[in-house]
Design a protein around this ligand. Structure first.
Ligand SMILES: *Cc1c(COP(=O)(O)O)cnc(C)c1O
Length: 472
């Protein structure tokens, strides 16, 4: 047995021999030498491990030099492609956090290229010829769009909530309703963020009902703020009650305590105008008198990842001066993308049409039906292949903790398992270039055209056609 292994180890080709082999020489120009060596070493070490475990025997393919070379070439392709790359979102979840939330508008992408290909006035005041602040680039437009007194931006909304609490309530108390102690996907939990900020959380009310006197009864000399949190990804239905924003604001005024709202996915546009359930817009929340409002840049806003903080000048000024700000600050590319996204909002119709997040949400069933029809016609084999293809009605979701119960009517391409299982089809679609991410429901694979971009339809059809050959 041991002798046999020693013999197998000797059969493994040496690194030099591999480097000289035609299969590797052919591609030597296309890859850096260090990467070629890494691929060779990885494959050789995997082969040695296989021998050690007894998985590889004398006549197994894995020890054949040609096989080793082809595995090295495959590994090189794998190692040299970017880790972060495009995928096609066929899930119908518009704000899919795992798939990068918002796609940027074309105008925004142009600005990103412009700003990143040269120096910029990031922190340089061109008029006065001296050091400026990076926040000035978006403060004006944010004030204009929301009518807030002041504005600043940080890395994301989690950071916005953290720095706001740290600045205004560290080592003091913050009152929050038990009905709003949310966990957002990942690891954002209001109680944990509160703890990190050094503020002491004072919970009031119950899960389903919180009254004004619950808040008022909890106010002490130590109270630094009242916090309202958007429920985001869940809803309480049935017997429930929460305190109106305007009443919280009034309470705050009475005791001279700032009222903060974490709006989660803030929207500038009243989506009820487009047939969706009513949600207060950022402007409305500011108008109702909230002292500080925070929200994400890449949820309903449809811009880059950012946390936006707007509100009373005096409070925003304090937050801006917090040392933490340096650690949570946003970079110039994000700033450029955010500024350009915000500029689009000056014209609401343009925003709906050109910001991909909004245009995907507002797309009519009729237009989705025709888009699905176009994809369907590009699929060559509908029956008799590895799976059967048809079209059905279904629903898409907004995602990102915005309007969680809302189901948007859509049209789906359905791949019904035949020779291939739903799981295998979905795995195969994931191995396409770019990978296609789908929904699997009731043993069928569903592709929602709402989140498939127009320019991606061809790729999706080609990938399906490649899988679904008759007699396959
Ligand atoms: C999404 C969300 C957050 C976190 O925002 P990020 O931009 O992802 O950091 C915080 N609070 C609420 C209510 C949210 O919906």
């Amino acid at each position: 047995m041991t002798d046999n292994r020693a013999e197998l180890y000797r059969m493994i080709p040496a690194v030099d021999r591999l480097l000289d082999s035609p299969g590797i020489k052919d591609i030597a120009e296309s890859y850096p030498r260090t990467l070629i060596l890494r691929a060779i070493n990885e494959i050789l070490s995997e082969t040695r491990k296989g021998i050690e475990k007894g998985d590889i025997s004398k006549d197994s393919n894995a020890i054949d030099p040609e096989n080793i070379v082809s595995r090295i070439v495959k590994r090189l392709e794998h190692l040299s492609r970017p880790s972060l790359r495009n995928v096609i979102n066929a899930t119908g979840v518009v704000l899919h956090t795992n798939l990068g939330r918002s796609i940027l508008a074309e105008r925004v992408i142009k600005r990103l290229i412009d700003v990143s290909s040269g120096y910029s006035n990031l922190e340089y005041d061109l008029e006065r010829g001296k050091r400026g602040s990076r926040y000035t680039h978006v403060e004006g437009i944010l004030k204009e769009l929301t009518s807030a007194e002041a504005a600043m931006v940080v890395n994301n909304n989690a950071a916005a909530v953290l720095i706001t609490l740290e600045t205004l309530a560290k080592e003091r108390e913050v009152i929050v309703s038990r009905g709003e102690l949310v966990e957002i996907g990942g690891s954002f939990r209001i109680p944990d963020v509160m703890k990190k900020s050094g503020a002491k959380m004072i919970e009031v009310g119950t899960t389903n009902k919180t009254h004004l006197n619950d808040y008022e009864g909890a106010i002490t000399n130590e109270t630094a703020a009242i916090l309202k949190v958007h429920k985001s990804n869940f809803q309480i239905i049935g017997f429930h009650e929460e305190v109106k924003r305007s009443m919280l604001v009034e309470l705050g005024r009475k005791y001279n305590i700032p009222v903060i709202e974490d709006l989660g996915s803030g929207s500038f546009i009243d989506l009820s105008k487009y047939g969706y359930q009513w949600e207060p817009t950022v402007q409305q929340v500011v108008n109702e008198g909230m002292d500080i409002v925070t929200f994400s840049g890449d949820k309903l806003l449809g811009g880059p990842q950012a946390g936006i903080i707007i509100g009373k000048k005096e409070l925003v000024e304090k937050i801006r001066k917090n040392q933490l700000n340096r650690a949570l600050r946003i970079d110039k590319l994000t700033l450029a993308a955010l500024e350009e996204t915000l500029n689009i909002y000056r014209d609401e119709q343009k925003a709906i049409e050109t910001i991909p997040t909004l245009s995907m949400i507002c797309r009519s069933y009729e237009s989705l039906k025709s888009k699905a029809g176009r994809l369907y016609r590009m699929i060559l084999v509908k029956d008799g292949g590895s799976f059967r293809v048809d079209m059905i009605n279904g629903t898409s979701k907004i995602g990102g903790g915005a309007l969680p119960l809302l189901e948007l009517p859509t049209r789906l391409i359905r791949l019904n398992p035949d020779k291939m299982s739903a799981h295998d089809i979905s795995e195969a679609l994931k191995s396409c270039t770019p990978p296609i991410i789908v929904r699997v429901e009731q043993e069928s694979v569903l592709l929602d055209v709402r989140t498939i971009q127009e320019k991606e339809l061809k790729t999706v059809a080609a990938c399906i056609n490649n899988l679904n050959k008759t007699g396959a």
